[in-house]
Structure formats: structure tokens, C-alpha cells
Design a protein around this ligand. Structure first.
Ligand SMILES: Cc1cc2nc3c(=O)[nH]c(=O)nc-3n(C[C@H](O)[C@H](O)[C@H](O)COP(=O)(O)OP(=O)(O)OC[C@H]3O[C@@H](n4cnc5c(N)ncnc54)[C@H](O)[C@@H]3O)c2cc1C
Ligand SMILES: NC(=O)c1ccc[n+]([C@@H]2O[C@H](COP(=O)([O-])OP(=O)(O)OC[C@H]3O[C@@H](n4cnc5c(N)ncnc54)[C@H](O)[C@@H]3O)[C@@H](O)[C@H]2O)c1
Length: 481
């Protein structure tokens, strides 16, 4: 370390940077962690992403619950007091912020937390606040930024993205138009509708949640429509006439105009590259992404990316996964390759859409034989009691020549699906037989009993074949004469 100021420099203190620097600090390395402002510590997830969106959904769920209770005589009316909703969100953020502040990180992990805009100035060199830092390895955890619409008239309109939505929006929109059909668009559509806004979603694709199975997305879409969200697929904004009127096109054909009070864009993310001095460090980009290999290395072998900067799965737990791999690679001569075999993601709408393990696309690409099981919640006692019979569980099971099937992946749509898939994900990750669930005794009527239903059905089918039935009858009569 003689010639370097630090063992490791990490730029960006979001989910990616906190994990990368935190582990280095925990094992006693001299790590510099840099972010632009004190408030930026915690990154997108804390400030404008996961945390505020989940707090918003939590409040919105209470409104939905109260409205549903009108069926049983409770009278409710009115819209949300938006400033109080925002206050709640900001309070929640402040609780988490305490453990992600520069002071806390410095004290707990011994990190050298620096507040300032960093720039690469050499292959092992970073400049921040006029100072030069050096390290044998540098991690770029600089995240991504929201995409905006660039159609004619775009400059006439305030495009609320997730950053401005959670920092500038100060009133409940009368009519919120949301452009996009991914997890971000679905979550905010349901939240604002439940708080009392009219909501229209405009989606370029032919369905919501492209990364989840169509059958799962259809369940969510039906719920959103039932709650009053207008959803238009194959639809884009062609131009804005003024700050509140958009001209639409559906598959290239003019579709009239749409008037809105507020416009939100949830059309994906772009990796941040501007102002980082990448070229000075030999880090190259292609089509706006930082070029990286399967080991998180950039075109400079001593500079790595994690989190959204890696340009693939853009989730907080994606960053967590990247850091686990990266640290394995930084500490051992055997490199761990990026793969998504055991990954999962959840859209936190009501019902939640939770996907885990391998997708049909990945299975087909790998040439893996599998069968698909679709289990409805229609006759699940908990779903009947708590009124979510429209939920589904989709499972991809292996087709072994001998022995029991393995859980390869799947998707669940249900309230709390993100929690309920966890045992399935564990079976998959540990490569355990699906049949292991057959004799598990679940407390009645926990929702996750649904995970067992197909396993029991399969076991019962085997047990109740003509010959096994005869054998069992014989065994019974022999024992009970
Ligand atoms: C609305 C929304 C909801 C989401 N909900 C979820 C969810 O429920 N679950 C989930 O897993 N994921 C969710 N995500 C995704 C998740 O927020 C991101 O994947 C994650 O925050 C990315 O972390 P990161 O560290 O890669 O980037 P960021 O958190 O963006 O951190 C990058 C940091 O780098 C800093 N930086 C950039 N350039 C410089 C520079 N030159 N000098 C110093 N600092 C710099 C920035 O200030 C920033 O703080 C959501 C995203 C959005 C938009
Ligand atoms: N619960 C979660 O984990 C969660 C929640 C929100 C966001 N995120 C993450 O944040 C990132 C951004 O999410 P996102 O939903 O914005 O992006 P996305 O890329 O997942 O979805 C973008 C959507 O916008 C549509 N679209 C794109 N351009 C359009 C246009 N011009 N007009 C109409 N529709 C258009 C696409 O068809 C697609 O449905 C993702 O990586 C996502 O995983 C995660």
C-alpha cells in the first residue's frame, strides 16, 4: 500500500457503494467512500427509490383497506392530505438515514467518508475536492439516472421522475399520467390511485411487467383496472401541445390527445457516465453503458462496477449480489462469474408479483427440460378468507429421469408473495427436491401452504395409482386384522 493513499476507493454511497466499502472497512482496509452530498449517502434506494416508494405504497394500502371496509359499514370519503403522506415518507427515510450517514459509517466501519464530486484522473487515481486519492483498486458504484421523454414539446412539461416525485411533488395530482409499464410505473400507479388521483398508464409494450410471466402480469393488470387505473398498451406520447396536453400514438397511428395535471415518467434507467472522467482512467463505454466483463471489471482491469453502474439487474439486492461476487474475486485467485441463477425480484403492488430462480428464457437457452405448474389460489383457504383468490403460483420443475423434481424457478402473485416465495427460493438455491415440502407441517392457514399444494398433489397422484392403492390396502388389512 506504500505508494497509495488508500487500499480501495469507492465512488458512490448507494446500495452498491455502501456494500463494497462496508466490507472493506469491516476487514480493516483503508477505504475511501465518496458521494456528492451528505444526503446522497444511501443513494437512490434510500432517497428516491425503494424506501420512499414502499412507504408510499404502505400509506396507499391503508386508504385501500379503509375503502374496502365500506362494504362492512365503515363510511370513508376524501383524498389524502399529500403533505402528511410526504412527511411520513421523509420520516421513514430519516430513520434509515441514521445508519447510512458519513459519520455513522466512519465510526462503525472505519471508512474514510468523503463528501464531494469525484472524478477519475488516472488508472489508479481519483480527484475529489481538489485532493488526489490513489488506490490499487477502484469501485464505481455511481448508479443510474431516470430516462426522460425527448419528444417534441418535452421542454414544455414537468416530467416527474422518481427523484423529483419524492423531493418536489407537493400536491396530490388530480390526473396523473404515468408513462411506462414496468415495476416503477405499476407501483406508483396503484399508490396514487389509492390516494385519490385519477391515473392513466401509457405503455409502449403489449403488457405490464415484461420481466415476469404474462399470466402473472395479467392478474396485476386486472386488479389495477378494477381499482380504476386506466391502462393503454402499445401507446406512446408523440408530442406535447402544452404543459398539460399530450398527443398520443398507438402503434404509429394517431390516437387523439390526453389531458393531465401531472406527468410521471417510469421508462427505465440509464447508467451514469457523465463527469466521471472515465476516459482518463481507460474505462470505455458503449451505447451509454460502461463496458464490463462477467467479473465486474471495466476495460481498466483495476476498476470495477457494482450496482446499477454494472448495467444489468438494477435492484438494491442486485448490488448486494454484485458485492458478494466482487469481494470473492478481490480476495481469492479464483474468480466468481456473474450469473443470475438464484436471483429474485418483487413488484410491491397489491397483490405483489414475486419472481425467483431461472426464467423460461434462461431454461430454454440452457436446454434444460422442465415442466410448468400453474397453481391457482381459488381454493386456498387463506385466499378465500382474505379475498385474494385471483392469485397464482407458477413453478418450473425439473424433469429428472430418476428421483424427485427440483424447483428451478417461478412466480407468485399474491399479497405478501415476496415473503411467501422465500422457501421456494431456498429449495432452488440449495438444490433440494421439491418433494421435501410434502410432509412439512405448516400452521393452518398460513398463505405459504400454497407452496406445498402442487407437491402434495404430485405425491398423492403417485400414491393413489391402481397398484399402490392395492399394496396399501393389503398392508392395512395385514396390520389391522
Ligand atoms: C422508484 C424506484 C423504486 C425502486 N424500488 C426498489 C425495490 O423495491 N427493491 C430493489 O431492490 N430495488 C428497487 N429499486 C432499484 C434500486 O433503487 C437501485 O437498483 C439501487 O438503488 C442502485 O444502487 P446503486 O448503488 O447502484 O446506485 P445509486 O443508489 O444511484 O448510488 C449511486 C451514488 O453515486 C453517487 N455518485 C454518482 N456520481 C458521483 C460522483 N462523480 N462523485 C461522487 N458520487 C457520485 C450518487 O450521488 C449516488 O448517491 C427502485 C428504483 C426506483 C427508481
Ligand atoms: N420493486 C422493485 O424492485 C422496483 C420498483 C421500481 C423500480 N425498480 C427498478 O428500477 C428500474 C427502473 O424501473 P422502470 O419500471 O422505470 O423500468 P423498466 O425498464 O423495468 O420498464 C420500463 C417500461 O416503460 C415502457 N416504456 C419505455 N419507453 C416508453 C415510452 N416512450 N412510452 C411508453 N412506454 C415506454 C416499457 O415498455 C417498460 O414497460 C428497473 O431496473 C427496476 O427493476 C424496481
Amino acid at each position: 500500500m506504500a505508494d497509495y493513499t488508500h487500499d480501495l476507493i469507492v465512488i458512490g454511497a448507494g446500495s452498491g457503494g455502501l456494500g463494497a466499502a462496508g466490507f472493506g472497512g469491516a476487514i480493516g482496509l483503508k477505504v475511501a467512500l465518496i458521494d456528492k452530498t451528505v444526503k446522497d449517502y444511501g443513494g437512490e434506494c434510500l432517497n428516491y427509490g425503494c424506501v420512499p416508494s414502499k412507504a408510499l405504497l404502505h400509506v396507499a394500502a391503508q386508504f385501500a383497506g379503509a375503502r374496502k371496509a365500506s362494504r362492512f359499514g365503515l363510511e370513508v370519503s376524501g383524498k389524502a392530505d399529500f403533505s402528511r403522506v410526504m412527511t411520513y415518507i421523509h420520516e421513514r427515510q430519516d430513520i434509515i438515514r441514521k445508519h447510512e450517514s458519513p459519520d455513522y459509517l466512519q465510526q462503525e466501519y472505519g471508512l474514510d467518508c468523503i463528501v464531494g464530486e469525484a472524478m477519475l484522473t488516472g488508472r489508479h487515481e481519483v480527484s475529489v475536492n481538489g485532493k488526489r486519492l490513489t488506490a490499487p483498486r477502484i469501485v464505481l458504484a455511481t448508479g443510474s439516472r431516470p430516462r426522460h421523454l425527448a419528444v417534441p414539446g418535452a421542454d414544455l412539461v414537468k416530467q416527474y421522475d422518481n427523484e423529483s416525485m419524492f423531493s418536489e411533488l407537493d400536491e396530490l395530482p388530480d390526473h396523473l399520467v404515468i408513462v411506462g409499464g414496468g415495476p416503477n410505473a405499476c407501483e406508483i400507479a396503484q399508490a396514487f390511485r389509492r390516494l385519490g388521483s385519477a391515473v392513466t398508464m401509457l405503455n409502449r409494450g403489449d403488457r405490464l411487467l415484461d420481466n415476469d410471466p404474462a399470466a402473472a402480469a395479467a392478474v396485476l393488470e386486472s386488479r389495477l383496472r378494477d381499482e380504476g387505473v386506466a391502462i393503454r398498451h402499445h401507446t406512446e406520447i408523440k408530442r406535447f401541445r402544452d404543459a398539460h396536453i399530450a398527443e398520443l400514438v398507438t402503434e404509429g397511428v394517431p390516437e387523439g390527445t390526453l389531458t393531465f395535471s401531472h406527468l410521471a415518467v417510469a421508462i427505465g434507467r440509464q447508467v451514469r457516465t457523465a463527469g466521471l472522467g472515465l476516459e482518463l482512467a481507460g474505462v470505455y463505454t458503449k451505447d451509454g453503458d460502461i463496458i464490463t466483463d462477467a467479473y465486474y471489471r471495466t476495460t481498466n482491469k483495476d476498476i470495477f462496477t457494482v450496482g446499477d453502474a454494472y448495467g444489468r439487474e438494477m435492484f438494491s439486492h442486485g448490488a448486494e449480489k454484485h458485492n458478494t461476487d466482487l469481494w470473492t474475486n478481490l480476495l481469492s485467485p479464483v474468480d466468481r462469474k456473474h450469473q443470475l441463477k438464484n436471483f429474485s425480484w418483487v413488484t410491491f403492488t397489491d397483490p405483489e408479483v414475486a419472481t425467483f430462480g431461472l426464467t423460461p428464457g434462461q431454461l430454454q437457452e440452457a436446454g434444460t427440460a422442465y415442466e410448468t405448474i400453474e397453481q391457482t389460489f381459488a381454493h386456498d383457504d387463506r385466499a378465500v378468507a382474505a379475498d385474494y383468490r385471483e392469485g397464482i403460483l407458477i413453478l418450473y420443475l425439473s424433469k429428472p429421469a430418476f428421483g424427485s423434481a427440483k424447483v428451478l424457478g417461478g412466480t407468485m402473485v399474491a399479497p405478501g408473495a415476496g415473503e411467501m416465495i422465500q422457501e421456494l427460493l431456498l429449495l432452488h438455491q440449495l438444490d433440494l427436491d421439491y418433494g421435501k415440502l410434502t410432509n412439512k407441517i405448516y400452521a393452518y392457514p398460513v398463505g405459504s401452504r400454497i407452496n406445498q399444494k402442487p407437491a402434495r398433489d404430485r405425491a398423492q397422484k403417485r400414491l393413489l395409482s391402481k397398484w399402490t392403492k392395492k399394496a396399501l390396502q393389503f398392508a392395512y388389512r395385514l396390520q389391522n386384522r
